[in-house]
Design a protein around this ligand. Structure first.
Ligand SMILES: Nc1ncnc2c1ncn2[C@@H]1O[C@H](COP(=O)(O)OP(=O)(O)OP(=O)(O)O)[C@@H](O)[C@H]1O
Ligand SMILES: [Mg+2]
Length: 209
């Protein structure tokens, strides 16, 4: 289980803080958050621009989003964590099983054609499958930090690929988002996450034509 001991001694955080050590030596959390926000904004432009028929939403792609977005800031960008973590009452996938669980999950996703086929699905089916997959990624919580943002980035690239816009989370409060995440992790129930995605998803471009 992730104890404070683990976190403090992991080398990931500056001593006695929740500020990750970073390549720029930033020690101010506001400054770090602002930089992370800018990097993520740039990443959305770059990855969106790169989307094409050849894009495969596999594990390599998922890791590459985290790595390429944050590699100038964090040593561990794109790397799975090596210690166990809990948040609130939720226990995420044990570090020892991350690689194998992730492989299993992405194999399953491959069997779903990486959800590159939304035109064959109703919006409800597409959203339910996305929410299931997103809930499994939330349960993995594979990176030391920035799991929420990189998972949303990943899901947004899939929705964008399929002609939907990015998911709009602006009307969701942080506590609603956490509650939906808890349902995924602790109860394997992704209904609330599906509702969040559904509410935030624009209409298919083809429906606008
Ligand atoms: N108590 C909890 N139970 C289950 N999942 C949780 C809990 N608290 C947070 N999470 C999940 O962990 C994610 C946060 O992970 P992390 O801090 O690594 O990334 P982040 O990019 O800072 O996320 P965010 O921007 O969503 O706060 C949340 O988005 C949520 O899905
Ligand atoms: Mg966080």
């Amino acid at each position: 289980m992730a104890s404070k001991y683990h976190l403090e001694n992991s080398g990931i955080y500056l001593a006695n803080t929740d500020i990750p050590r970073n390549k720029l030596g930033i020690t101010d959390s506001e400054e770090l958050h602002e930089l992370e926000r800018e990097l993520l904004e740039e990443a959305y432009l770059i990855f969106h621009d790169e989307l094409d028929d050849e894009t495969v939403f596999d594990e390599k792609y998922f890791k590459s989003l985290h790595r390429r977005t944050f590699e100038n800031l964090y040593e561990w960008a794109g790397e799975y964590r090596r210690f166990n973590m809990v948040k609130g009452g939720s226990r995420f996938c044990q570090a020892a099983f991350l690689e194998s669980e992730s492989r299993k999950l992405f194999n399953k996703f491959a069997g779903m054609d990486y959800l590159k086929n939304a035109e064959k699905l109703s919006k409800v089916e597409f959203v339910n499958q996305l929410a299931y997959f997103k809930g499994e990624l939330i349960t993995l919580h594979p990176f030391y930090e920035l799991n929420g943002r990189s998972t949303r980035l990943f899901i947004d690239m899939i929705t964008a690929y399929n002609g939907y816009g990015f998911v709009d989370y602006s009307t969701v409060t942080p506590s609603e988002y956490i509650a939906a995440s808890i349902d995924c992790v602790q109860f394997a129930n992704c209904d609330a996450m599906a509702k969040i995605i559904s509410d935030g998803l624009g209409v298919l471009k083809t429906e606008n034509k």
